[in-house]
Design a protein around this ligand. Structure first.
Ligand code: OXD
Ligand code: MN
Length: 613
């Protein structure tokens, strides 16, 4: 489709302005067809960026290797450019919006020279759903177009919903590597140097401007940029929730169904939990979403959630048939792999994939030939796959995808889970005493920093409230207020009993020998079963100063977990919690200054009193 054929005058004008600024050689409005997807892949094969995988081993799949400077989200270069710095808050990078637009306009000037500008209309959420939102991304990366085909609903059907004057979030994206006359990428991943990368959000005008990176969350603008940072602002203004949460469907042996969402910081196994295979006989878990949940109140007072995405953009290393068989099945075909190893027989490989690599040699994510690893452990020297190597796979390929996953009305949520990696202090599971206590627990979520993150904080607990630290598009103190308001609205409407119950979980408790006490993965179904029962007011429980915990016999112990282990997993570590509370009071809450809701200070005082009582 040509730009002149666009029926939405605002969209047409915006595209024409972008064209005049970025001066691409051509412009194409994407139709979202399978033929278009194939064309995008073909373009990247021809420019030496994509390697086609063996058609028998991995049908319809390709592998890309990015530039070593462009391998992950760049949080230092991610901005919330609200008019007032305080509205971005202490946890976001801020630049004055006018200044930022000036800097970025200069970068965008001529940035698409020698390339095609693609215009991608996309819907986050089922097309036409009341909960869904439309965005339009302009990009000069065919790799991004292909990924957007998998991760969102794209093309003409979205333009139909948009009509002549519908609302859309305009999203600029350029890899920031114009081509001189006759110049080709020639196998080199196009991007700009790190100091020129900008992932910018303008919350007041609901705009996204991204420059210089072609990777994941920096470039697939429907995901973290729209569905979390901009959507969190829309949700605040419109009275709903946009959260960094998986959505799962759980069925008990009696055939009763509940839907649960869960917020966990990156690298805490969200995709694995969303696709869990229960070890508890008779129980079933199915997936609605693995990363983001948008929730709105239904007429019955319950919160209904949709997964705004259409695919999985999952971390590859560590994924195997033990940790996540459903993910392994989902990526058997029609998958885009980025920064994985390439085996001699034309398949992908990564650390902890569950087996060694065939043949003598393997090509690592940087394109270097290396001896083929005999086991699935990282060979000496650098990793074969980058630790943040990814797969992009259609959600419909997941064997445990719930049949409701595309229901435009969403699914009614019974429970929220919050959790992180906490080797000490935090018990296996803990139900909040009230909505406010639950918001308090969400506000203090912390996770141990692992070696996967480049940081000098390894081993320390980093606070990541509601797992939204890198994804909240406004002041986190105001975000806490919004959560409190959701509870208050339900109370005022007389529907407080319809709100999801709130639970804190911790699969990562360690003993004094630094070994995990809880086996995790499929065994987590035992904890989900207790949560399921608690939602119906059942499940044996005990009231404690930190919340409502299972009695020692409430959760059936899996093999390898002794009675003493269970006691430790459910112990209320009074001294540890006193330290936790002190850290929140001294180091965490003061960051939010006068934007911290008084209700949370009251909760903090109350738990402290209970701990001393
Ligand atoms: C992700 C993340 O990629 O949270 O989903 O970092
Ligand atoms: Mn995520």
């Amino acid at each position: 489709m040509k730009v002149s054929e666009l029926k939405h005058s605002g969209l047409k004008k915006w595209v024409e302005e972008a064209q005049a600024l970025m001066t691409p050689d051509a412009v194409l409005v994407c139709d979202g067809s399978a033929a278009e997807y194939d064309r995008m892949i073909k373009i990247t094969i021809d420019s030496g960026l994509a390697t086609v995988l063996d058609e028998n081993k991995r049908p319809g799949s390709v592998l890309y290797r990015s530039d070593p400077s462009d391998v992950a989200r760049v949080e230092d270069r991610t901005y919330i450019a609200s008019k007032n710095k305080d509205d971005a808050g202490p946890t976001n990078n801020w630049i004055d919006p006018a200044e930022l637009k000036k800097t970025m306009s200069a970068l965008y000037k001529g940035s698409m020279k020698g390339r095609v500008m693609y215009v991608i209309p996309f819907s986050m959420g089922p097309v036409g759903s009341e909960i869904a939102k439309v965005g339009v991304q302009i990009t000069d990366s065919p790799y991004v177009v292909a990924n957007m085909h998998i991760m969102a609903r794209v093309g003409s059907k979205v333009l139909d919903v948009l009509g002549t004057d519908g609302f859309f979030v305009p999203c600029f994206h350029s890899v920031g590597k114009p081509l001189a006359a006759g110049e080709k990428d020639n196998g080199t991943w196009p991007c700009a140097p790190i100091s020129n990368k900008y992932i910018s959000h303008f919350p007041e005008t609901r705009e996204i401007w991204s420059y210089g990176s072609g990777y994941g969350g920096n470039a697939l603008l429907g995901k973290k940029c729209l569905a979390l940072r901009i959507a969190s602002v829309l949700a605040r203004d419109e009275g709903w929730l946009a959260e960094h949460m998986l959505i799962l469907k759980i069925t008990n042996p009696q055939g009763e169904v509940k839907y649960i969402t869960g917020a966990f910081p990156s690298a805490c196994g969200k995709t694995n939990l969303a696709m869990l295979i229960p070890t508890l006989p008779g129980w079933k878990v199915e997936t609605v979403g693995d990363d983001i949940a948008w929730m709105k109140f239904g007429k019955d007072g319950r919160l209904y959630a949709i997964n705004p995405e259409a695919g999985f953009f999952g971390v590859a290393p560590g994924t195997n048939n033990e940790s996540n068989r459903n993910a392994m099945e989902s990526i058997k075909k029609n998958t885009i792999f980025t920064n994985c190893g390439l085996t001699e027989d034309g398949d992908i490989w990564w650390e902890m994939i569950g087996h060694g690599a065939p043949g003598k040699e393997i090509i690592d994510w940087k394109g270097n030939r290396r001896p083929a690893p005999q086991s699935d452990k990282s060979p000496k020297g650098e990793e074969i796959a980058h630790p943040n190597a990814r797969f992009t796979a259609p959600a419909r390929q997941c064997p445990c995808i719930a049949k409701e996953w595309e229901d435009p009305a969403g699914v009614p949520i019974s429970a929220f889970l919050f959790g992180g990696r906490r080797p000490k202090t935090v018990p296996l599971v803990n139900q909040s005493k009230s909505w406010l206590h639950g918001v308090f627990m969400g506000s203090i979520v912390g996770s141990e920093v692992t070696a996967a993150v480049i940081s000098d904080q390894v081993g320390q607990v980093r606070r990541d409230p509601f797992a939204m630290l890198p994804f909240c598009g406004y002041n986190m103190g105001d975000y806490f207020k919004h959560w409190i308001k959701i509870g208050r609205t339900a109370e005022e409407n007389g529907t407080a009993d319809k709100l999801p119950k709130i639970f804190f979980v911790n699969w990562f408790r360690k003993n004094d020998e630094d070994k995990f006490i809880w086996p995790g993965y499929g065994e987590n179904s035992r904890v989900l079963a207790w949560i399921f029962d608690r939602c119906d007011g059942k499940g044996k429980s005990v009231d404690t100063p930190i919340g409502t915990l299972p009695t020692p016999d409430a959760i059936e112990r899996p093999a390898g977990v002794s009675e003493a282990d269970m006691a430790e997993l459910l112990r209320v570590d009074i001294e540890g919690w006193k330290k936790e509370i002190e850290d929140v009071r001294k180091n965490h809450y003061p960051k939010f200054g006068d934007r911290l809701p008084a209700e949370l200070k009251t909760e903090l005082d109350a738990i402290e009193k209970r701990l001393h009582g």
